[in-house]
Ligand binder design. Structure first.
Ligand code: ADP
Ligand code: MG
Length: 292
């Protein structure tokens, strides 16, 4: 490509809210074969709400209070949803000590002498918290509805399950349809479990889902695709996925995401509109085609 064509492309991108930070990204984008979307905060709004409270052996308010006492120490979107719920019902929170985070799995702390574990089923299983069949059923039902089942245990026993749902961004489905039409293979990656992830993917029209991926493994999944000969774009908001944005052939950062996303991205979508990811690929095809 001539430097002039790239400059023209960068200028055109700026007009439509697609900030091209790295001119080479335009040339690479023309040849993309796969586009991988992060789920939380990218395809979904990333501001989930508590929708279901299934207490086991304590009342619902106490369950939310216990969970929020721990989660107020976490910045995770799921944690914020639980704290918002406690605020909404007006439950006083307890003092948490020895708070710890286990990336992509959950959190723990002591609250008034009770050791509280909160996280996904794999995290609680790891800590030998057993599930009654009725609890396993409740978890499966929530997940099939596209909700994340957050488990809460006190002193090694399940205290309840909190169902948390995130809303899709309004343009996710249209963007996926356009990208498929353009011949790209579209995938979703998430630290969330496969059942929840598949339920959400189905709503947006994504067929291939990489679920239960720990934050540090997202970049490795991108690399694995590259080793199979794919040219990969990764679209993410920077929470848990900055290394994947950097690793991809083209990193596309959501502008409303974290500062690290914007630093790691080759392209930044200023308007938080996923159809602009489509515009970016179209722009590269147009610009590169023009100068051949
Ligand atoms: P994503 O890839 O969708 O952004 P994460 O990697 O941040 O998800 O988290 C993966 C999973 O780990 C969550 O779906 C949740 O089950 C669990 N988890 C992580 N942090 C917390 C937390 N603070 N409270 C409860 N569960 C958590
Ligand atoms: Mg995310």
């Amino acid at each position: 490509a001539t430097p002039t064509a790239v400059t023209v492309g960068i200028g055109r991108g700026a007009e439509i809210g697609v900030l091209i930070r790295n001119g080479e990204a335009l040339e690479v984008s023309e040849h993309l074969t796969t586009i991988v979307f992060d789920k939380t905060g990218t395809l979904t709004r990333g501001k989930p709400d508590v929708t279901d409270v299934v207490a086991a052996g304590m009342d619902e308010e106490r369950l939310i209070g216990l969970a929020a006492s721990v989660e107020r120490n976490s910045q995770h979107p799921l944690a914020e949803a639980i704290v918002r719920k406690a605020d909404a019902i007006g439950i006083p929170l307890g003092e948490a000590t020895n708070f710890a985070t286990f990336g992509g799995r959950g959190v723990s702390a002591a609250v008034d002498g009770t050791l509280v574990l909160i996280g996904n089923p794999a995290f609680l299983e790891e800590r030998n918290v057993s599930l009654a069949p009725s609890s396993a059923d409740a978890i499966g039902r929530l997940q099939d509805e596209g909700k994340t089942a957050v488990l809460v245990a006190g002193d090694g026993k399940l205290a309840g399950i909190i169902g948390i749902a995130d809303t899709l961004k309004p343009t996710s489905e249209a963007a996926v349809a356009d990208l498929k039409r353009m011949g790209l293979s579209v995938m979703m990656i998430t630290g969330d479990n496969a059942r929840t992830a598949n339920a959400i993917a189905r709503q947006i029209g994504i067929d291939t889902v990489l679920a239960d991926v720990l934050p540090e493994d997202k970049a490795r999944e991108v690399q694995r695709l590259q080793e199979k000969g794919e040219s990969v774009a990764f679209v993410g908001d920077g929470i848990n996925d900055a290394p994947a944005l950097a690793r991809a052939d083209v990193g596309i950062a959501i502008g409303s995401g974290t500062d690290v996303a914007i630093e790691s991205g080759d392209i930044v979508l200023i308007k938080d509109d996923l159809t602009d990811a489509v515009a970016a690929v179209q722009l590269s095809r147009k610009v590169m085609g023009r100068i051949k």
